[in-house]
Design a protein around this ligand. Structure first.
Ligand SMILES: NC(=O)c1ccc[n+]([C@@H]2O[C@H](COP(=O)([O-])OP(=O)(O)OC[C@H]3O[C@@H](n4cnc5c(N)ncnc54)[C@H](O)[C@@H]3O)[C@@H](O)[C@H]2O)c1
Length: 467
């Protein structure tokens, strides 16, 4: 692959939400004289979706929807510099000094109710790299994986691939550093101006990872943390997300209590957050979605059983949290059904928000999905709106991007805190109290709620009781 200037090459394997942004960040990294450190090649699969991303990049178009101006500006800079290209040809790994692994690793539910990970595809992806890379290359795994994966899967796979080509074992530098990227308004900053944890399979690998990350991330203001083993840094990622999932799950039962006894739990939580030890307590809502919190808490159990052969650890908090979070959108549906008299047949619901969180257009594992599927199974029609989604891939249906009229609508459910909903003049829009409203995610502002109460509209809330 031709670049105008000769620089060390970084290949980023996987051009998804993480790899795409990381590839831009690496290409945008510059020395004190403003000269880019690297030429970057993004690699994805030669299927329809992968080729679309590759062609977009090579045509100068960002292959994802984002409202983060920093990310768009960085993409335009690297396109002007000409140091980011994309391909599906694995041969390019042979030219790399560094390979960053940003592919997915899914959790699979087995017939007996236990969970496993899609290690087959993951191993295959590592093998394509192992068939091409040169000894001495840094392989930085950023994919979220069960603890033990680098030690028990990644290192053995690369050793076998290198041995098959006549190279010594441990001729590659294998390291782990997990992403904390947050697609949304701070997408780009969440990579280049955010703290990172890393580790190496060997000291030399850890040193190489530190040197690389220090060029891409603002480590003066966001220092790196080195952990003593790859299993430790893999554990850190999985525990971080399990903690958040459990924090959310805990609050759900308090939300239900608040609704039952006429308390506004959001005010209660604001009062608690004043205490610095409790300032990240979560809040009730519509559900937990996205690719990470819906799968990562399973990884500790998978790592223990499948990688460390420890079959008897229960991880009941993680399991309970995952089950509680999965139920959340159905709790909202149950509530709206009750508001509609206990029967959804023939009713039309307008669902406001189908992405998994505000300011992102990502619908993977969105809690809106089970809400819609269950409502329709119970005889309702659901009309969907989202300012950032025009087509909902998972449910294969178009989505309104302009807020529709309420003609024929029986219930409106506010599911995602998109700013468009907070700017609505609800009273003017709704006009009548013939339909019911459910704020399922603390979407409406105090002023909107005040106006709704003043006009006696029929509204209920998740996490707030009305007395
Ligand atoms: N999305 C997030 O907000 C986020 C945040 C932190 C960490 N993570 C983690 O980062 C990893 C990637 O997440 P994502 O959201 O970018 O996933 P994604 O599904 O959007 O992207 C993965 C990409 O890898 C590609 N791919 C798969 N196998 C490949 C192969 N053999 N060669 C080349 N490309 C291949 C896929 O085609 C896809 O484009 C996951 O482990 C995820 O848990 C994600």
């Amino acid at each position: 692959m031709d670049f105008q200037k000769n620089r060390p090459i970084v290949c980023v394997q996987g051009l998804g939400f993480v790899g795409m942004a990381m590839a831009i960040a690496v290409a945008d990294a510059k020395n004190k004289s403003g000269e880019p450190f690297y030429n970057v090649i993004g690699v994805d699969l030669p299927n329809e979706v992968g080729l679309d991303k590759i062609n977009s990049i090579n045509n100068g178009e960002l292959p994802l929807v984002s409202n983060d101006e920093d990310l768009l500006a960085a993409f335009n800079r690297v396109m002007a510099q000409g140091n980011l290209k994309a391909t599906s040809d694995p041969k390019v790994y042979g030219s790399a000094s560094i390979v960053v692994v940003d592919i997915h690793l899914d959790v699979i539910e087995l017939e007996d109710g236990t969970h496993s990970a899609s290690f087959g595809g993951f191993r295959k992806a590592l093998q394509t790299v192992g068939e091409e890379v040169q000894p001495g290359t840094l392989i930085l795994v950023e994919t979220t994986v069960p603890p033990g994966t680098c030690e028990k899967v990644v290192v053995p796979e690369f050793n076998a691939a290198m041995a098959a080509r006549g190279y010594d074992e441990d001729s590659l530098l294998i390291a782990h550093s997990y992403e904390r990227v947050m697609p949304g308004k701070e997408y780009y900053k969440s990579i280049v101006k955010f703290w990172r944890v890393y580790s190496g399979a060997t000291d030399a690998a850890a040193e190489a990872a530190e040197a690389f990350l220090s060029k891409v991330i603002d480590v003066q203001n966001f220092p790196l943390t080195r952990l003593h083993s790859t299993t430790a840094s893999e554990t850190a990622k999985v525990l971080e997300n399990s903690y958040r999932a459990a924090n959310i799950a805990l609050i759900q039962e308090w939300g239900a209590f608040a609704e039952a006894v006429g308390v506004d739990l959001f005010q209660v939580l604001d009062a608690i957050r004043v205490r610095p030890t409790h300032n990240n307590i979560r809040q009730p809502g519509f559900g937990v979605g996205g690719y990470c919190l819906t799968k990562d808490p399973h990884f500790v159990d998978i790592g223990a059983r499948e990688l460390f052969d420890i079959p008897d650890m229960d991880f009941s908090f993680c399991k309970l949290a995952m089950a509680a979070n999965k139920k959340m959108p159905l709790t909202a549906l149950h509530k709206v059904k009750k508001q509609l008299g206990g029967n959804l047949t023939g009713k039309t619901i307008l669902l406001l928000g189908v992405s998994y969180r505000q300011d992102v257009g990502d619908t993977r594992y969105s809690p809106s999905e089970p809400f819609v599927v269950t409502a329709e199974n119970e005889g309702a029609t659901v009309i969907c709106h989202d300012p950032l989604v025009d087509f909902w891939e998972e449910l294969e249906r178009p989505v309104f991007m302009d807020i529709p009229s309420l003609k024929g609508i029986d219930a409106v459910v506010f599911a995602v805190q998109h700013k468009e909903y907070q700017e609505l003049d609800i009273v003017e829009w709704v006009k009548t109290n013939d339909l019911v409203l459910l704020d399922a995610n603390n979407v409406l502002t105090q002023n909107q709620v005040f106006e709704i109460a003043k006009h006696d509209l029929n509204i209920e809330f998740i996490g707030k009781g009305i007395k």
